[in-house]
Design a protein around this ligand. Structure first.
Ligand SMILES: [Zn+2]
Length: 99
């Protein structure tokens, strides 16, 4: 009878311990793979160029093209004057997705 009691206590301890370990493993696995979003995909940035007419306040905002820099003459023209627009600003816009 004494041997059986020791076996029951040992078996219960091992079983409870195994369940606790399994719960911890599951918790950390879920937290890492399900709850935390992949950091590389949440932020997307795009470069934006602001063009301005040198004669009036007409401004055009479009996506960045290679060679754009402040003061450069763009191929786009002012709808009022027909003059080529000047690059006024170049900046990057970041869009963050938050829950
Ligand atoms: Zn103009």
């Amino acid at each position: 009878m004494n041997d059986l009691n020791i076996f029951v206590i040992y078996f219960t301890t091992v079983t409870v311990g195994a369940i606790i370990v399994l719960i911890f493993i599951t918790y950390f696995f879920m937290r890492k793979h399900i709850f935390a979003p992949p950091s590389g995909e949440i932020v997307t940035s795009k470069a934006v160029t602001v063009l301005k007419c040198p004669l009036c306040d007409y401004r055009l905002r479009r996506s960045f093209k290679e060679g754009d820099h402040v003061g450069a003459v763009a191929t786009e023209t002012c709808p009022i004057h027909g003059t080529n627009l000047i690059v006024e600003a170049v900046y990057s816009e970041s869009e963050e997705k938050k829950d």
